[in-house]
Design a protein. Structure first.
Length: 155
């Protein structure tokens, strides 16, 4: 009987260790994108996207640090920059658009999730908290390529 209990304890400990290893590897696979990874994915490209409320948008990031944004009722020009692993987009005055700074994850080959990191250039030095990971504010994919994002926003 003691041997049976000991074997069950060893199996339980092994299961917990395996679960922790799998959780750790899933977590590592969802690390924040580096500045270099975001530069490669976004600069010189156009992203189509949607906010968590389902509103669609398109934004082009030119190599000279400028951007061109549009959604169903608004359009605007602005600028982008990086502060380490935080990507900031702000709009020229008088367009009625707010900007912000975001940390990003790439959950699949053509899907980027943006997490709010700050509303001003001064707040851009911090990264978004990794918890909870379900709190993205926008999702995007490279225009002209099939999106690999889930079809419905997850808030």
């Amino acid at each position: 009987m003691a041997d049976c209990a000991r074997r069950m304890a060893i199996v339980a400990i092994g299961s917990v260790a395996l679960g922790a290893t799998l959780a750790s590897s899933r977590s590592a696979a969802r690390d924040w994108m580096s500045e270099q990874a975001m530069r490669s994915a976004f600069v010189g490209k156009t992203l189509d996207g949607q906010y968590v409320n389902g509103e669609r948008w398109t934004e082009t990031y030119t190599p000279d640090g400028r951007l061109d944004y549009s959604e169903s009722v608004r359009k605007g020009l602005g600028y982008w920059f990086f502060r380490g692993r935080v990507f900031c987009t702000f709009y020229d005055p008088g367009q009625g658009l707010n900007g912000g700074c975001f940390s990003a994850l790439q959950p699949s080959s053509n899907c980027y999730e943006f997490y709010f990191a700050g509303a001003s250039e001064h707040e851009a030095d911090k990264e978004a908290s990794p918890d909870p990971l379900g709190s993205w504010v926008a999702r995007a994919w490279r225009k002209g390529e099939p999106s690999t994002c889930e079809s419905r926003p997850i808030a």
